[in-house]
Design a protein around this ligand. Structure first.
Ligand code: TK8
Length: 347
């Protein structure tokens, strides 16, 4: 696996040199009026999930749109399964301009901008529709715009979804069942706090290391949305899924600012439109999969535990201190605005 990553990295470095050569020679051979038109751009888009996941399907829609609308001036190359690195590494590569695009969950973005921790607050969004309204509205846009300062262009929110707990030790239906369970979390303070409040032992780890960690018993469990549990075959190493829905994870489709700033404005526009067109399809596919695949997990032999409203409330109560603990660190203004907007949209 390590070797594989090295080979891919080398291939990328080599293709960068090639791209550099082509654009130079195009510039040299044509007059100043036409050189910009003929310049070719390559977007390498990498994700941590595999090519069966709705996130990858979304990238395929993006690729199709951008290649068509740019009339071939942009080529989009897709990489899945952490081939280009994990979420944090890929964001760093975007900042350096050595990769063009990625689509992390918002949770690891908090290493760059803490305001994104607002979305990690447990039991925040009562429905995907309310999530959409807030993410696609002014608050979501403000956070995307803020990424520019860190060398990233936030293009759109896609959907990872409501996260659920899996493990291979106990049929969890109450916080008490979680005592001492070793749970892999994303690299994020709010998630760590949440699982500690439930009495579990959380370990942060990049997604690419998770399957092996479960297989080898380094962790007993993890939490992710249903499409991920199903499509990454977590059933092979996990017995129980508890439908906790404890947090809604958005993805952010983002681009290297260095690369984006080098695009002619008409192609920047194509990229922005492609991100939105693909967002709508990606969310639709993700929601359809989410509905179908909970039964799919049963068919694959997992025990799927649905919580009654009372059981669900026990998880909420056990973790209700999280908002107060993080309000100031996230930014009280951001948290308050989001909470007020949820309140307004819920009525
Ligand atoms: C994939 C991750 C994944 C996320 C996680 O790179 O880390 O558990 O849910 O989807 O972004």
């Amino acid at each position: 696996m390590r070797n594989m990553k090295k080979i891919v990295a080398l291939m990328l470095a080599f293709s960068l040199v090639l791209v550099g050569c082509t654009s130079k020679s195009t510039g040299g051979n044509t007059g100043p009026g036409t050189s910009a038109e003929q310049e070719k751009f390559v977007i390498r888009a990498g994700i941590g999930l595999n090519d069966q996941h709705p996130q990858f399907k979304g990238l395929e829609v993006f690729k199709e749109y951008v290649e068509r609308e740019s009339e071939g001036r942009i080529e989009v190359q897709l990489f899945h399964s952490s081939q280009l690195g994990d979420d944090i590494q890929m964001m760093e590569a975007l900042q350096l301009g050595s990769q063009e695009m990625t689509c992390p969950s918002t949770a690891p973005i908090t290493s760059i901008d803490k305001r994104f921790m607002a979305f990690d607050l447990p039991f925040l969004f009562p429905s995907p529709q309310i999530a959409d309204a807030i993410l696609d509205g002014p608050i979501g846009q403000e956070l995307l715009d803020g990424l520019q300062e860190s060398g990233l262009v936030g293009l759109a929110y896609w959907e990872n979804g409501y996260r659920h707990l899996t493990n291979n030790k106990v049929a969890v239906s109450s916080p008490a069942d979680m005592t001492g369970l070793k749970i892999r979390t994303m690299e994020n303070q709010v998630h760590l706090d949440f699982f500690r409040a439930l009495g579990a032992q959380p370990t942060p780890m990049p997604f690419g290391e998770l399957f092996t960690a479960m297989q080898q018993g380094v962790v007993d469990g993890q939490e992710n949305p249903v499409p991920t549990i199903y499509l990454q075959n977590f059933n092979e190493v996990q017995k129980y899924t508890t439908l906790t829905g404890h947090v809604y994870s958005p993805f952010v489709l983002m681009m290297s600012k260095i690369f984006y700033d080098g695009l002619p404005t008409d192609l920047q526009e194509v990229v922005r439109e492609g991100a939105i067109v693909a967002r709508d399809e990606q969310r639709a596919i993700n929601r359809a999969y989410t509905e179908e695949l909970a039964d799919g997990l049963r068919e694959k032999g997992m025990t799927v535990i649905e919580l009654t409203p009372e059981q669900q409330l026990a998880f909420q109560t056990a973790t209700s201190s999280t908002v107060e603990k993080f309000r100031n660190e996230i930014g009280a203004e951001t948290v308050n605005k989001i909470l007020a907007e949820i309140e307004r949209l819920s009525n």
